[in-house]
Design a binder for this molecule. Structure first.
Ligand code: PRP
Ligand code: URA
Length: 221
């Protein structure tokens, strides 16, 4: 990935970019606040996802198509190829979907259901439904949290098993442990991160983090 303003590479990983934009940093700080309620939390996750998508999809291929303006016909660029696919990891990834479909209304949406075992922190798959011809599509996996990296690695494994080749992973917050694990397990994907936090606690939660993203998005605690 080329380096552009607004993002920086993480460490020596050429495939990991961290957002530096002040709007993203500001909104992430609001997400951290335990007094931020469900409605605001959801809105913030959506807004951050939109900003991230704007950057993460900057290298989508274009092709010239003919359009007739009120003045004359012209050739003008539009996104080429099969419809982009986004794949939220259930549950928390769902919170990022609208932020991206607001910008890319024609995007297909697949779903991968994974939950972390609270004791072992290992991911378990419980659902997978993907659009057809996934091998011809750019696929962006969405999950606000990259903690140990287990869920993200498993989601990429599942997508690759179904034939996906061009994969991006978009998250809002990540621990260094999860970045290392994902970047090393799947060096061929692009990883976009809103903020890198300090690390993980004994329950494998990101610190300082924002708590349980799924519970905060869906108001289940
Ligand atoms: C959370 C989060 C990620 C995962 C990250 O999901 O949304 O999917 O944990 O942790 P990891 O990097 O250590 O795998 P969780 O399993 O809590 O499920 P939920 O979204 O249904 O709450
Ligand atoms: N999942 C979450 O929702 N939060 C964390 O901090 C880690 C995993």
């Amino acid at each position: 990935m080329e380096n552009v303003a607004g993002v920086s590479h993480y460490g020596d990983y050429k495939n990991v970019e961290v957002f530096e934009h002040p709007l993203i940093k500001h909104k992430i700080s609001l997400l951290r606040d335990k007094n931020t309620g469900t409605r605001e939390f959801r809105n913030l996750v959506e807004e951050i996802a939109s900003f991230e998508a704007y950057e993460a999809f900057r290298n989508l291929p274009l092709m010239d198509v003919e359009v007739e303006t009120p003045i004359e016909k012209c050739m003008t660029p539009m996104i080429d190829g099969k419809k982009l696919t986004i794949v939220p990891i259930l549950r928390a990834g769902l919170g990022m979907v609208n932020g991206i479909t607001n910008m890319i209304p024609t995007a297909k949406v697949g779903h991968v259901g994974l939950y972390r075992n609270p004791e072992t922190h290992e991911p378990h798959e419980y659902f997978c439904k993907l659009p057809e011809q996934i091998d011809h599509r750019v696929v962006a996996i969405l999950d606000p949290m990259l903690a140990t990296g287990g869920s993200a690695i498993s989601a990429v494994d599942i997508l690759k098993k179904h034939g996906a080749k061009k994969i991006k992973f978009l998250c809002i917050m990540a621990a260094p442990e999860g970045i290392k694990a994902l970047a090393e397990a799947h060096p061929d994907i692009e990883i976009y991160i809103g903020n890198v936090d300090r690390g993980l606690n004994d329950d494998a939660y990101i610190v300082p983090g924002l708590g349980d993203a799924g519970d905060r998005i869906f108001g289940t605690k």
